[in-house]
Ligand binder design. Structure first.
Ligand code: ZN
Length: 123
């Protein structure tokens, strides 16, 4: 077993092998518990900042969705009103009371199909 010739205030690779690398260079000291805690706080602060950024982006997306939903509701209301208007044109018309000619029968059939399609769309 090798013994070193260190004085009591010194260390060398023989008396403290865990403090040196394989080439005999002194390794940096292990972080103290306080330094470790500070490092961990730094990491956590980083994570908190990115979580906050994510929440903020999600909030923006929710706002965009709410605005878009409002626009779509309005479009739906407008479309249903247009269908109601189409239906009321039918309801307020005399129509063709006694269709005789082929073209009258054909037209009445087309108009009735349009009426039914409008009614279906009003639901
Ligand atoms: Zn030594």
């Amino acid at each position: 077993m090798r013994t070193c010739k260190c004085e009591h205030w010194e260390v060398c690779p023989v008396c403290k092998p865990e403090w040196f690398d394989s080439e005999g260079n002194r390794l940096p000291p292990e972080p103290t518990p306080l330094q470790k805690a500070n490092g961990r706080i730094g990491e956590l602060e980083q994570q908190l900042a990115s979580a906050r950024a994510e929440v903020s982006e999600l909030n923006n997306n929710v706002t965009i969705c709410v605005v878009r939903m409002g626009e779509l509701r309005q479009q739906l209301a407008d479309s249903q009103q247009a269908l109601r208007n189409v239906y009321e044109v039918w309801a307020g018309s005399e129509g063709i009371p006694m269709p005789e000619a082929d073209y009258e029968i054909f037209l009445l059939n087309v108009v009735e199909q349009m009426r039914d399609a409008a009614k279906e769309g009003m639901k």
